[in-house]
Design a protein around this ligand. Structure first.
Ligand code: R1P
Length: 298
C-alpha cells in the first residue's frame, strides 16, 4: 500500500515500483549503464545503428514495457556507446493513439532516469507549418504547444510522486539552451546550416493528420511544426530533472490551402527520414561526442 497513509495502493506507487523493477531488470541484463537516452522518431531508427558494442533488447522481453505498433518503429532498446558515451536508444517510441495510457507511453523516461540517464535526445518526424520550411529541414525544438495538455491530458495527472519530481514542474526551460546552442555550432561545422531551423513543435493526439483549418489554426497560434509525439516524453523527463534536446525532421509540408492536391501520408514521412537519415545521425553523434555529462539543470 501507498506510503501516503491512505491505506490504498495508488497508481503513482505502482508506477514507481514498476519503473524501478524495469530499470533493475535492464541493468542486470546489459553491460551498459547509460547516461544518454535517445528516442528515434518515425523512420529515424538508423540512429541506433551508430552505437558501438550494441546490445539489443526487444520491448516484448522487457517487464512492464509496451510494444511498438507503428510501421517505422522497430520496438527494441539498443544499448551501446556513441562516441564513447554510454547510451540507450529507443528504436521505436509509443504514441497516445496506439491506445496506451499517457503514463504508459512515457514510462521509459522514468526507467531511464532510474538507470542513471542525465540527458535525453528526442527525434521525431513532423509536418512543417512554417511557410519557410522545406521537406528535409531539421528543426531544433525550442518550445512546444501541448494541445492535449489544454484539455487536461498530461502524463503528470494523478498524485505527484516526489521521488521523481515536483508537483508543478517549470516548462519554460524545457529545451536546454546550451544543447540548442551546441546543435547550432555542430550544424555550422558540418555545413548543415542551410537546412537547420529552430522553432515551436505542437503535439496533437493523432492518428488522423490535420485538416486544413487545423493547420491554419496551429500556424496562427505560433507553431512551426506539428506531430503526435515527443512533448509527453519531454514533460516526464523534465519533471525528473533530465536535460532535454529535441529535433524534428520536416517530412512533409502541412496542407494550408484548399486548392492543394497534396495529402499527408505515413509513407512520405518514412521516405523523408531515409533521405536525411545520414546527416541527422551525424549531427546527433557529433553532439553526443561533445556532451558534458554533469547535469546541473534539475
Ligand atoms: O513523432 P514520430 O514518432 O516521429 O512519428 C510521427 O510520424 C507519424 C505520422 O506519420 C506520427 O506518429 C508522428 O508523430
Amino acid at each position: 500500500v501507498c506510503e501516503c497513509g491512505s491505506g490504498r495502493l495508488h497508481q503513482h506507487q505502482t508506477q514507481h515500483s514498476h519503473c524501478q523493477a524495469t530499470a533493475d531488470w535492464l541493468l542486470s541484463n546489459t553491460q551498459v549503464q547509460p547516461t544518454v537516452g535517445i528516442v528515434c522518431g518515425s523512420g529515424l531508427g538508423g540512429l541506433a545503428e551508430m552505437l558501438k558494442d550494441r546490445q539489443v533488447i526487444k520491448y516484448s522481453d522487457i517487464p512492464n514495457f509496451p510494444q511498438s505498433t507503428v510501421h517505422g518503429h522497430a520496438g527494441q532498446l539498443v544499448f551501446g556507446t556513441l562516441k564513447g558515451k554510454p547510451c540507450v536508444c529507443m528504436q521505436g517510441r509509443f504514441h497516445l493513439y496506439e491506445g496506451y495510457s499517457i503514463q504508459k507511453i512515457t514510462l521509459p523516461m522514468r526507467v531511464f532516469k532510474l538507470m542513471g540517464v542525465e540527458t535525453m535526445i528526442m527525434t521525431n518526424a513532423a509536418g512543417g507549418l512554417n511557410q519557410d520550411y522545406k521537406v528535409g529541414d531539421v528543426m531544433i525544438i525550442k518550445d512546444h504547444i501541448n494541445m492535449p495538455g489544454f484539455a487536461g491530458v498530461s502524463p503528470l495527472t494523478g498524485p505527484n510522486d516526489d521521488r521523481f519530481g515536483v508537483r508543478f514542474p517549470c516548462m519554460s526551460d524545457a529545451y536546454d539552451r546550451e544543447l540548442r546552442q551546441l546543435a547550432h555550432d555542430v550544424a555550422a561545422e558540418l555545413s548543415y546550416s542551410d537546412f537547420l531551423q529552430e522553432g515551436v513543435y505542437c503535439v496533437l493526439g493523432g492518428p488522423s493528420f490535420e485538416t486544413i483549418a487545423e493547420c491554419r489554426l496551429l500556424h496562427k497560434l505560433g507553431a512551426d511544426a506539428v506531430g503526435m509525439s515527443t512533448v509527453h516524453e519531454v514533460i516526464v523527463a523534465r519533471h525528473a530533472g533530465m536535460r532535454c534536446f529535441a529535433l524534428s525532421l520536416i517530412t512533409n509540408r502541412a496542407v494550408m490551402d484548399y486548392d492543394s492536391q497534396e495529402k499527408a501520408n505515413h509513407e512520405e514521412v518514412l521516405e523523408a527520414g531515409r533521405q536525411r537519415a545520414e546527416q541527422l545521425e551525424k549531427l546527433v553523434s557529433t553532439m553526443v561526442a561533445r556532451l558534458e555529462l554533469n547535469n546541473n539543470n534539475n
